[in-house]
Ligand binder design. Structure first.
Ligand code: BV8
Ligand code: ZN
Length: 247
């Protein structure tokens, strides 16, 4: 198998999506049996959907909290944690996932671009998000500060990603350069549908990165990648990254 060149200068930016958690038994969004198949995205992953039916949205996210709590990280999550152990601050993981499985596999340098299932925040005031692992049932919980409804601390469609998160990813990319610190950009288990996550491969290419996609099928933005390795992440990733002895 052809592998990315990762030497003592190489920096690696990894972008993961729902596909990396598929082998842990968690549903992806698109494709057969996907999360959006059961629930139209507009009703459960937009601020308008929450305003229209907060109990429905909390049922959707409470189910996902229960499923994610019962899931365990798979070989692909462990392979990325092993690579981070080897590269240290030359590694960054930007995930679209909200299930927390990367952290449970040992990853520390993680940017949760779309928020986290394990945090709740006020839908009305700027009270800080707080850790929350409980399934939510009506009567729906309210903010102790302003009385507003609480909501999952998740970035929904039509909502801005956290500016500090995006700056951290962009700084990691622009801090790389072909001569000094070559960049490998690796996307795993994502259909390349959702922006701005789908756009980072283009930014990486603009600084001369070598780009790799590991996915079960050709993603929407597969043309943006220098290399496409088709297959299940749990099987492919450890070998591709040369960490199979560690996972
Ligand atoms: C924003 C909530 C400002 C959390 C999510 C530019 C162009 C077009 C549209 C836009 C644009 N800029 C903004 C937009 C609008 C929108 C967007 O991108 N729409 C798309 C759908 C057209 N973006 C936004 O609204 C973002 N906000 O930009 O604000 C703005 C707003 C409006 C207009 C302009 C600017 C906010 C985006 C975040 C939305 N929140 N989820 C949750 O509930 O989880 S996104 C949701 O999709 C999840 O977070 C998920 O992670 C993400 C991406 O999906 P994937 O992870 O890729 O999962 P998917 O199922 O699609 O694919 C899985 C892949 O894995 C498949 O390819 C499969 O083959 C593969 N696979 C399966 N098993 C395996 C595997 N691979 C390997 N191994 C396996 N075993
Ligand atoms: Zn509040």
């Amino acid at each position: 198998m052809e592998r990315p060149i990762i030497d003592e200068h190489t920096r690696v930016l990894v972008m993961t999506g729902a596909g990396i958690s598929a082998e842990s038994g968690l549903a992806t969004f698109r494709g057969a049996g996907g999360l959006w198949a059961g629930q139209p995205v507009e009703r459960v992953a937009t601020p308008e959907g929450f305003a229209a039916d907060p109990a429905l949205v909390w049922r959707f996210y409470s189910q996902r909290r229960a499923q994610a709590a019962a899931a365990v990280p798979n070989r692909a999550h462990r392979a990325l944690a092993a690579l981070e152990d080897r590269l240290g601050d030359r590694f960054l993981l930007a995930t679209q996932n909200v299930d927390g499985l990367h952290q449970r596999a040992g990853s520390r340098r993680v940017v949760e671009m779309h928020g986290s299932l394990w945090r709740t925040r006020c839908a009305v005031c700027p009270a800080p998000p707080f850790d929350d692992r409980t399934p939510v049932e009506p009567p729906l919980p309210r903010c102790t500060r302003c009385g507003g409804l609480l909501r999952p601390a998740i970035v929904w469609f039509g909502e801005l990603l956290d500016a500090a998160d995006m700056r951290r990813i962009e700084r990691f990319i622009v801090g790389s350069s072909p001569g000094r610190a070559p960049l490998v950009f690796l996307a795993v288990g994502t259909s390349g549908n959702v922006w701005p996550a789908a756009g980072y491969v283009g930014m990486a290419r603009s600084v001369g990165a070598v780009t790799w996609l590991v996915n079960l099928e050709a993603a929407e933005n597969v043309g943006a990648f220098d290399h496409f390795v088709q297959g299940p992440a749990g099987e492919v990733l450890a070998r591709l990254l040369g960490v199979d002895d560690a996972v």
